[in-house]
Design a protein around this ligand. Sequence first.
Ligand code: AMP
Ligand code: MG
Length: 404
Amino acid sequence: MPTFEEARKIILDNVKPLGTERVELLEATGRVLAEDITAPWDMPLWDNTAMDGYAVRSEDCGSPTVLKLAGFLPAGGSMTEALQPGTVVKILTGAPIPPGADAVVQVEETEESDGMVSIRIPVRKKDHIRFKGEDVKTGEIILPAGTVIRPSEISMMASFGKVFVPVYPKVRVAVLSTGDELVEPGEALAPGKIINSNSFALAASVRAAGGIPIMLGIARDNPDSLREKLTEGLKADVLITSAGVSAGDRDYVRDILDELGLQQLFWKVDIKPGRPTAFGLHGAMPVFSLPGNPVSSLLTFEEFVRPALLKMMGHQRVLRPLVTATLKEGIRKKPGRVNFLRVAVENDNGRFLAWSPGKQDTGYLKTLLLADGIAVIQAERGDLAAGEQVEVHLLDDNTALMEA
Ligand code: AMP
Ligand code: MG
């Protein structure tokens, strides 16, 4: 049985990006760039003004100075004739600097009347001019392959006229729940039945990671039902099943996947919770079998499936931010296996404090809702006392924690 680290290494060593595609610029948001993007031209394209004011020849300016207004250049305008000595041109932010001018005086430092402009301050060459190529030079790599595309990357590509962008595709992930006890939300509950929440939890996790979930519904605990649904699932890019692989089960999931040609890489991991977590390959397609318990399936998705999906979508950073936190209260743990503890975390002037926000038994989903992270406790450690340090993978958008 692999350890936590070994299992994650086996998974990450066996998944890779699916290829690349070109998508419309806005569709690239949140995706990973598949090729370097180089600048087709200088940015800015020409010298322009950073301020509303007057373009001047700095040599004409003493302090104070009165010069003749010779024209107006709004944004979008341009001027070919040179600025004559003793004159200025009114100019608005972004407009090209007229030939002959070598500085801009901001409007707040001037007064205009009767076609004359008086300047109250000394003027130096280059004042308030943004120069051609100052931001980006032609041919420069503006975004290397592997960049995660955020609004600022979209802005950069849009400003260089990019209409289509080479990115890694979103992975299509089939999600299958198994169990005779399951009914779908909205269906009538009967004694012994429970609602299939895992399909929704796992599909939501896929979507949050940037993938496309495909809901396969429920397979019953019999070979025919499983064969039909698993065959369907093997048409996606990744297959995730939930339940039906723990010791007490009839192990049909494993048998049928075997029959369908799965190469099994492991069927258990030495962790708690989540021991019945399995991974294999169908050709090059990754197949994850996660535990049925809703808390265990979400924790094992976080620690094993999410990093794999991110790697397949071209991400170079596939693990959550890891912080060291000090325990505010003790937490019980038996030595022997790596434990995933659901912990709340607060930032106390740059020092992270962690505590258990509820019972750690996997029967308590609420504890996961209240958690900010997963503390990964090494196998050999026993009961944890207040003041001890633990490593925590921060979940979701925890920027508030990082900033506090
Ligand atoms: P199993 O892995 O089949 O032993 O299931 C472990 C526990 O998870 C049992 O209490 C199941 O009822 C529960 N469970 C299994 N599948 C689901 C599901 N799709 N949604 C919610 N709970 C589930
Ligand atoms: Mg079951």
